[in-house]
Write a protein that binds this ligand. Structure first.
Ligand code: HEM
Length: 443
C-alpha cells in the first residue's frame, strides 16, 4: 500500500511546500506551509468543505451517501454530547464494562473462565461499540441487539469500505443489493420501536424524564425534514445515529487499546505509578463527576501521547468550493481536493520516539510548539466534536477495567510493534496481527 508520509516528503523535496498530484483521476493539492495550514483550518465551509471531501472519500461506503452534504450533523452531535449528558454517559460506560464481564449480556467470565487471552484491539472494538450503542442509540437496543449491532457494524465498517468503493458502486449501478444495503435496512429496523415511541412522545408533547438520545435524534431529524418540506423518514434518524457512531469508533478503540498497552508496559515505573494514582483516587463506581474525570491530567496526557505516536500517515481532507489563494501567490482551483498530512510532527519533539506523556504537561508543553501541526483532535472550523466524550470514555474504561481485572501482554505479542501498519490513510495506525493479552479476574 501507498506510504503517504514518505511520498509526501519526497514530493515536497521535489516540488516545494505546496504541490498538486492526480490520484484516482482527482486532483489533490497538498499544503504543508504554516500560513497555508492556518488558512486550511480556518477556511469557511464554502471555501474548503470537510463534508464534501467526506462524501468523496466515504460517499459510497454506505447507502445514505447523499445525506452527507445535505444534512450537517455537527450541531446534532454537539447537542447529544453536551456537558450534562456526558455524566449520564459515563455511568452507562461503567455499567456496560461491568455487564460485559459479569452479566447475561456479556458473559465474558462465564464463557472464558477467570482468565482469558484476548486480542486487545478486538476486545476494545467490541467494548467501544457496546458503550456507544447504549449512549448513541438506546438501552433497549443495547440490551436486545448489541451482538447483532456489532455484526452489522462490521459490515458497514467505513474504515474498510472507504477503501473499497468501486465494487459497491458497481453493484448499485447494476441494481444489485449489497450486504451493506441489507445491513443498513436491518439497522433501521432495529431502531424502529424507539423511533416510533419517540415520534408518539413528540406528538403528545411528552419530554423524556432523563436524557434520551433517540428522542433528540428523532426530534432533530423531524425538524430538519420539516424545514425542507420533506416527509419524516426513519432512515434519516438512522443516518444521524450512524454519523455519530462511525467517527466514534475506530480512532477510539485503537487509542484505548494503546493506552492499556502503555499502562501494562509501564506498570512498574513512574508513568505507571502516576496512572495508578489517578485511578486509585477516583470516586466509587456510580459516583464519578466530570470534574474528577477532567482532573485526570496524566491519563489525558497518555491519550495525547498515544495519538501522537499512532498517527503516521493520516490525511485531513477538504474540498475546494472556490479558488483558494495560497501564500506563494499560486492558487488551488475550485473542485480540487485539498489535503494536509496529519503526521507525528517529529521535529517538534524531544526524543520523539519515546512514550513520554509529560511532554504534554506543564512546564514542558511541547505540544504547544505549533498549533497547526499538533492537532490530535483537529482545530479551527472543524475540531473533533467527540473530543470530550472520547477522553471521558477512555478514562472511565480505564478505571472500571483496573478495578475488575489485571492484564498482561502475552510473550508472543511482546514485539507487536513490528506489525503496525503505518501506511493507512484513515485513523491511527494499528497492528495488523492480534495483540494477545491475558485478562485475569481481580479477586
Ligand atoms: C481518539 C479518538 C478520536 C480522534 C483521535 C479524533 C480526531 C479527530 C480529528 C483530528 C478531527 C478533525 C478532522 C479534520 O480537521 O479533517 C475530528 C473531527 C471530527 N470528529 Fe473526531 N476523533 C476521535 C473521536 C471522535 C468521537 C468519539 C466522535 C463522536 C462521538 C468524533 C466525531 C468527530 C466529528 C463529527 C468530526 C468532524 C467535525 C466537523 O466537521 O466540524 N470523533 N476528529
Amino acid at each position: 500500500m501507498l506510504d503517504i508520509e514518505s511520498a509526501i516528503n519526497k514530493w515536497r523535496a521535489k516540488y516545494g511546500d505546496q504541490f498538486t498530484v492526480r490520484i484516482f483521476g482527482r486532483y489533490f493539492t497538498f499544503v504543508t506551509k504554516h500560513s497555508d495550514l492556518k488558512k486550511y483550518y480556518n477556511a469557511s465551509e464554502e471555501m474548503l468543505s470537510l463534508s464534501r471531501a467526506g462524501q468523496f472519500i466515504v460517499g459510497s461506503a454506505y447507502p445514505e451517501n447523499q445525506y452527507l452534504t445535505e444534512y450537517d450533523t455537527i450541531p446534532y452531535i454537539q447537542n447529544i454530547l453536551s456537558s450534562h449528558r456526558l455524566i449520564y454517559m459515563s455511568s452507562n460506560i461503567q455499567a456496560i464494562a461491568h455487564d460485559y464481564f459479569n452479566k447475561n449480556n456479556g458473559k465474558f467470565w462465564l464463557e472464558n473462565g477467570d482468565e482469558a487471552v484476548v486480542d486487545l484491539f478486538d476486545f476494545f472494538y467490541r467494548l467501544i461499540l457496546r458503550t456507544n450503542s447504549m449512549n448513541f442509540i438506546s438501552r433497549r437496543v443495547y440490551k436486545d441487539h448489541v451482538e447483532e449491532l456489532i455484526k452489522l457494524y462490521i459490515i458497514l465498517d467505513v474504515e474498510k469500505n472507504a477503501l473499497n468503493p468501486v465494487v459497491h458502486g458497481l453493484k448499485r449501478r447494476l441494481g444489485l443489493k449489497s450486504d451493506r444495503d441489507a445491513a443498513w435496512e436491518h439497522w433501521v429496523r432495529i431502531m424502529m420501536p424507539d423511533i416510533e415511541q419517540c415520534l408518539q412522545m413528540i406528538d403528545d408533547h411528552i419530554e423524556p424524564a432523563n436524557y434520551d438520545t433517540v428522542y433528540e435524534t428523532v426530534k432533530y431529524a423531524k425538524e430538519e425534514l420539516e424545514k425542507r418540506g420533506k416527509p419524516f423518514t426513519p432512515r434519516l434518524v438512522a443516518y444521524f445515529t450512524f454519523t455519530t457512531f462511525f467517527p466514534a469508533q475506530f480512532n477510539t478503540y485503537i487509542t484505548a487499546a494503546f493506552v492499556i498497552i502503555e499502562w501494562i508496559r509501564h506498570e512498574h515505573d513512574e508513568i505507571g505509578r502516576r496512572i495508578r494514582e489517578e485511578i486509585d483516587r477516583a470516586p466509587p463506581t456510580g459516583e464519578f463527576t466530570i470534574e474528577y474525570l477532567n482532573s485526570m491530567e496524566f491519563v489525558q496526557a497518555c491519550i495525547y501521547e498515544v495519538i501522537r505516536l499512532g498517527t503516521d500517515s493520516q490525511l485531513s481532507l477538504r474540498h475546494a468550493g472556490q479558488d483558494v489563494l495560497l501564500s506563494n501567490d499560486k492558487y488551488i482551483p475550485s473542485g480540487n481536493l485539498v489535503a494536509i498530512p496529519v503526521t507525528r510532527a517529529h521535529d517538534l519533539y524531544t526524543n520523539p520516539d519515546k512514550f513520554d506523556p509529560e511532554r504534554h504537561l506543564a512546564p514542558r508543553q511541547e505540544n504547544k510548539r505549533d498549533p497547526y501541526r499538533v492537532a490530535p483532535f483537529g482545530r479551527g472550523k472543524h475540531p473533533c466534536t467527540g473530543e470530550r466524550y472520547v477522553k471521558m470514555q477512555i478514562k472511565v474504561l480505564l478505571i472500571a477495567l483496573s478495578k475488575m481485572c489485571e492484564m498482561k501482554i502475552m510473550p508472543e505479542s511482546i514485539n507487536f510493534e513490528a506489525t503496525i501498519n503505518r501506511k493507512q490513510l484513515v485513523g491511527l495506525s494499528r497492528p495488523t496481527k492480534p495483540v494477545f493479552v491475558k485478562i485475569s479476574k481481580r479477586k
